[in-house]
Ligand binder design. Structure first.
Ligand SMILES: Nc1ncnc2c1ncn2[C@@H]1O[C@H](COP(=O)(O)OP(=O)(O)O)[C@@H](O)[C@H]1O
Ligand SMILES: [Mg+2]
Length: 605
């Protein structure tokens, strides 16, 4: 480092150069880096006067000035010279020292600079480390904070979850409570159920017992049923194969008027004290008639139906015969009486008040249905009209006047067949009723064509049954024949046309023949005159033998019909009472006696 002269001077002034301590001393101090420079406040006397130490020129000037004052003194000059030499030596030394010092200073500065650099580096390094540590710490802190935040979030989540779980727990507790109650209920129900099971078991046992009893009873019942049938038919036999019911119809307003006008001449009157009524039923078995001659005649029948007794009541006492037809009997139910007495009403009825025929058809199929498990049945029907001794097929109306084509035949077993007649197979009551109504319609058309009153012909409906037992394969054949006979009234010969007379004759003949046949059967005569009329020929297999016959005698209660009613009642009595069967007669008498006792008792009550 090079200092200017002034700077060097200034520095030299700053140095303490005491006379006692030579420059070596200073130099030694300068050499010692740790030495402290002490600058004396009082500059050395020699230098103080100049105030500054200059380079050679300046020093010379100052020296010249001085010399002007002290040149005179050679000692002084000598001293001065010496001092000057010394100073210049010192200066030299000082310069050297300064140079050294500068070098040292330079060195120190360098070292300081190095140290500072080192320090800075160190500081930088440590700052960096510190910063890194701080950053690391911050990162860690951030991480921890994040973790903390996450943990807090987690905790919050968990807390929420916990709350939810608490709610769930509450709900579950509720549910549990409810389930416990349910369980209790269930337990109670289970108890009930167990009781019911026990009861069921008991009931099952009872049921099994009952089933067994039922089986035994069914067997008994079947046996009983067979016996019942047998006994029923025996009872029917005892009652007689031929039974006669009397039915008195209600009086009409016009009959009442005719009766009260005195045309009948009856004085006695009927049971109701009405002059127009001459027939009255005393009880279920007897009927009395006030004759036109003023007398009173009583008649006994198997049953008497009074005017108030309806179709159902009549059928109640008739339907057993339908069962007989199913049991293999030939059954005939017929109605006898004068025109207007109620034959057609009784046998056929009206749509509102069906008579025996439609009711019997329904009953027949009811019974067949009941026995369907045990038997198979084939049912067929034919329907004929007998007018003036001519047969008319009502299920196949004749074309033109071809009425002779029908022929009555009997097979080897005695069964009657009408050759040429339509036989319609039916499988239900409604089918049978349809055939029946079709026949009635044809009858009406035929009657209109021939200008004939339907009451002047006999109507015959036959229902043939063939019943095969599923068990034994045996076949039972029965027949139910329903007959609505022509009016029994006499036709007065005066004023009657020849056709009317012929018609009346024919009716009379057939009804007489019927009466004869029934009488012969009742009296168990060896000869039964079936062949006397087509009517009896038609009924040959249904009257007599094992056949059962029921005859309704229909009677009008009107006074003006009294004569005809009397004839009808006598005809019916003849049928019923003429019999050779002593035993039966005795029975009948006893029955009659008992019946009268009963009716008298009833009357008293
Ligand atoms: N028991 C009865 N109850 C009510 N009305 C009857 C009864 N019997 C007959 N009738 C009525 O008397 C009239 C004549 O009867 P009907 O059966 O035609 O007589 P028939 O066939 O004997 O000529 C008919 O109008 C019928 O409805
Ligand atoms: Mg009639």
């Amino acid at each position: 480092m090079h200092y200017s002269a002034r700077e060097t001077t200034r520095r030299a002034h700053a140095l303490t150069i005491s006379p006692s301590s030579p420059a070596l001393d200073v130099a030694s101090k300068i050499h010692d880096p740790a030495a402290t420079f002490q600058v004396n406040k009082d500059p050395p006397v020699s230098l103080k006067e100049n105030g500054s130490l200059k380079e050679n020129g300046n020093l010379k000037e100052n020296g010249n000035a001085k010399s002007k004052t002290s040149t005179d003194d050679p000692d002084v000059v000598k001293v001065l010279r010496k001092a000057t030499y010394k100073v210049s030596g010192d200066t030299q030394k000082l310069r050297q020292l300064c140079t050294e010092f500068d070098a040292k200073e330079e060195d120190y500065k360098k070292r300081i600079h190095d140290l500072e650099t080192e320090l800075r580096n160190h500081q930088n390094e440590s700052t960096k480390t510190h910063d890194r540590d701080i950053r690391e710490m911050e990162n860690r802190m951030e991480l921890v904070a994040q973790k903390l935040e996450a943990a807090e979030r987690y905790m919050a989540g968990k807390e929420e979850e916990c709350n939810m779980l608490k709610l769930d727990l509450d709900t579950l507790n509720e549910e549990n409570k409810r389930l416990k109650e349910n369980l209790n209920d269930m337990m109670l129900k289970l108890q009930d159920y167990e009781e019911i099971l026990a009861q069921k078991k008991t009931l099952n046992e009872q049921y099994s017992r009952i089933l067994e009893e039922h089986r035994v009873l069914s067997e008994d019942f079947n046996r009983e049923r067979v016996l019942r049938k047998k006994y029923y038919n025996q009872v029917e036999e005892m009652k007689g194969k031929i039974r006669v019911f009397c039915r008195v119809r209600p009086i009409t307003e016009s009959e009442r008027r005719r009766g009260s006008s005195g045309s009948s001449g009856s004085s006695g009157g009927g049971g109701a004290g009405d002059a127009s009524i001459v027939v009255s039923a005393e009880d279920e078995y007897s009927v009395s008639l006030n004759t036109q001659r003023g007398g009173q005649r009583s008649f006994l029948f198997d049953r008497v139906f009074q005017e108030h007794e309806d179709q159902e009541a009549v059928f109640r006492d008739t339907h057993a015969l339908v069962q007989s037809a199913l049991d293999g009997y030939n059954v005939t139910i017929m109605a006898y009486g004068q025109t207007g007495s109620g034959k057609t009403y009784t046998m056929l009825g009206t749509p509102e008040e069906p008579g025996i025929a439609p009711r019997a058809f329904t009953r027949l199929f009811q019974l067949l249905d009941e026995g369907r498990a045990r038997q198979e049945a084939a049912v067929s029907t034919y329907m004929l009209e007998l007018y003036n001794d001519k047969l008319i097929d009502l299920l196949k109306p004749a074309v033109g006047a071809d009425t002779d084509r029908l022929d009555i035949k009997r097979d080897k077993k005695g069964a009657v067949h009408v050759q040429g007649a339509a036989v319609r197979s039916v499988s239900s009551a409604s089918e049978l009723n349809r055939a029946f109504n079709e026949g009635l319609a044809n009858r009406h058309t035929a009657a209109t064509k021939m200008n004939v009153e339907s009451s002047r012909s006999h109507l015959l409906i036959a229902v043939c049954l063939s019943i095969t037992s599923k068990q034994t394969g045996s076949v039972l054949r029965g027949k139910l024949t329903l007959v609505d006979l022509a009016g029994s009234e006499r036709v007065s010969k005066s004023g009657a046309s020849s056709d009317q007379l012929k018609e009346a004759n024919s009716i009379n003949k057939s009804l007489s023949a019927l009466g004869d046949v029934i009488s012969a059967l009742s009296s168990e005569s060896s000869f039964v005159p079936y062949r006397n009329s087509k009517l009896t020929m038609l009924l040959q297999d249904s009257l007599g033998g094992t056949a059962k016959t029921l005859v309704f005698v229909n009677a009008s209660p009107a006074a003006y019909n009294a004569d005809e009613t009397l004839i009808s009642l006598m005809y019916a009595t003849r049928i019923k009472q003429i019999t050779n069967n002593v035993c039966k007669n005795a029975d009948n008498k006893e029955i009659t006696r008992l019946k009268s006792v009963i009716s008298k008792k009833k009357g008293r009550d």
